[in-house]
Design a protein around this ligand. Structure first.
Ligand SMILES: [Zn+2]
Length: 282
């Protein structure tokens, strides 16, 4: 099982990796069409059904005069999943001495239900969970999940219960292309998993970089094998290009990388090697 909370420094920023559920689970669905022996070797397991540590993760960023939450987990429904820490994101935040009204920015990598669940608090009559927060999401992502294009997507119903009340409350801020939310946070489009999927680049003191890759990588091995396609990716060719873009960006900038589905705490760097890229834990 991965941990439920871990805090670290990035220059002058204090970053907390927080879980809304940390199951051990089989990951075969994230390596579509790949010979099981190949990805099992990369994961260090001997059966495709072997559970490995997984996480439904968010990141809380403090230290720049703001309290920024990146993705918001499964929400109340996570409590019925029967996994360690399931649906406990608000408890994890409270343990840091942060109140929900302190959160003034929510950044969304994308709007799958395991990333926007706590935008709404179903235990508070469907109220907006973070009453002071502006919620940043790529315009293509909002358009997809609120438009006819996602009518056949089985995740759309839940996502709409999160997003539509936020829209009514005028909480959502959209953007197109690469977008600097602030001095420390830039949304970097990495589509494919979903139409407006973004990664978040954090920078402190001009030199400390961290890329939070959202679901462009469900496991660090995706930094090395860009064509190992998660079955849930809406546009596999596009998601493969986004993984290549992220690997190059991480290698060129020397940034730390992490992802919401990596076990807490996973931090690494991506290095160019002869045949491609290598992920190295730090
Ligand atoms: Zn996800």
């Amino acid at each position: 099982m991965s941990r439920l909370s871990e805090t670290f420094q990035l220059g002058s920023l204090t970053i907390s990796a927080l879980s809304d559920g940390a199951p051990d689970r089989a990951l075969g669905g994230f390596f579509h069409g790949i010979e099981p022996a190949e990805w099992m070797r990369a994961l260090g397991i001997t059966s495709p059904d072997s559970p490995v540590p997984f996480n439904f993760g968010s990141f809380l960023v403090r230290g720049d005069g703001h309290t920024t939450l990146i993705d918001t987990g499964n929400g109340v429904r996570g409590k019925t999943m029967g996994v360690p820490g399931g649906g406990e994101l608000l408890r994890r935040i409270a343990e840091l001495g942060v109140r929900r009204e302190d959160v003034d920015r929510v950044l969304h990598t994308h709007l799958h239900g395991d990333h926007c669940g706590w935008d709404i608090d179903d235990e508070l009559d469907g109220a907006v969970t973070f009453p002071s927060a502006q919620v940043f999401v790529h315009e293509k992502e909002l358009e997809y999940w609120t438009g006819a294009a996602s009518d056949g997507n089985q995740q759309a119903a839940y996502t709409r219960t999160r997003v539509l009340p936020l829209r009514v409350a005028d909480r959502i801020r959209t953007f197109a292309g690469e977008f600097a939310v602030s001095d420390i946070a830039t949304m970097v489009p990495t589509p494919g998993h979903t139409p407006g999927h973004c990664s978040v680049m954090l920078i402190s003191q001009g030199q400390h970089l961290l890329i939070i890759v959202g679901d462009a990588a469900h496991h660090p091995v995706h930094f090395e094998h860009h064509d190992w396609i998660p079955g849930v990716d809406l546009d596999p060719a596009e998601s493969q290009r986004s993984r290549a873009k992220l690997a190059a960006l991480a290698a060129d900038t020397g940034a730390l990388v992490t992802g919401g589905h990596f076990p807490i705490l996973t931090l690494g760097r991506v290095r160019r090697v002869d045949m491609g890229y290598r992920f190295e834990s730090v």
